[in-house]
Design a protein around this ligand. Structure first.
Ligand SMILES: Nc1ncnc2c1ncn2[C@@H]1O[C@H](COP(=O)(O)OP(=O)(O)O)[C@@H](O)[C@H]1O
Ligand SMILES: [Mg+2]
Length: 200
């Protein structure tokens, strides 16, 4: 089983949106998926109930025995922004992959850079791979240059970029995922999600 956590100490960057969409997308591909919602806001849980997917839901205490969970291909863990360091430590220990969404605002870039520092310092699991997802990207001709500038500021590569669209919100409310909507930029987002899934 692959354990994928979605984390960032910054709120509103799209952790729960991305977690839900990845869960729905991977499930649609035919994999067995379990979820763990560590955020009291329960966004992932809400989406899951609406989706009627009936996935295995794990609690924080179950995480110690997750490796023994049979027949599950992926476990996705959604986390709160106000996450304590000991929980970051615990999650990095059990995760194979950590997805870090952020936006191009200066506040997000600064917070994310700091969070990457914490991750590197605290991760005991040396094999943990992390992926930076630049979310809510405004499309423009100079996107490539803007992303390059962000990479320079973060001293890290941006692995995936996802365009800004209200359609995420609409699909989340329905318990659906963005790639099922008729939205014109869906192809770009689908490619980016596939790109991310191929890495994990
Ligand atoms: N790519 C996107 N484009 C536009 N809005 C987005 C995008 N991703 C997330 N959002 C919106 O941003 C808000 C916060 O997202 P959420 O997933 O709850 O963030 P977090 O879990 O990091 O706090 C929600 O209203 C969500 O619909
Ligand atoms: Mg959330």
């Amino acid at each position: 089983m692959k354990v994928v956590s979605v984390m960032n100490t910054k709120g509103g960057v799209g952790k729960s949106t991305l977690a839900s969409n990845l869960v729905g997308f991977v499930k649609q591909m035919g994999f067995e998926v379990a979820i763990c919602d560590l955020d009291k806001q329960n966004t992932l849980t809400f989406w899951h109930k609406k989706s009627k997917l009936n996935l295995l839901e794990l609690k924080i205490d179950d995480l110690n025995k997750i490796k023994k969970t049979k027949n599950i291909d992926y476990l996705f863990i959604d986390t709160p922004a106000a996450i304590k360091k000991n929980l970051i430590y615990k999650i990095t220990e059990i995760s194979n992959f950590c997805i870090i969404p952020f936006t191009e605002s200066m506040i997000d870039i600064r917070t994310t850079k700091k969070f990457l520092g914490v991750l590197k310092k605290y991760k005991k699991n040396k094999k943990l791979k992390f992926f930076l997802v630049l979310n809510k990207l405004r499309f423009s001709k100079n996107n490539i240059l803007r992303i390059k500038d962000i990479e320079d500021k973060l001293l890290n590569k941006v692995h995936v970029n996802i365009l800004n669209t209200k359609n995420f919100d609409k699909e989340m409310e329905k318990g659906s995922i963005i790639t099922k909507s008729n939205y014109s930029k869906t192809f770009h987002i689908r490619d980016q999600l596939i790109n991310l899934i191929n890495k994990i």
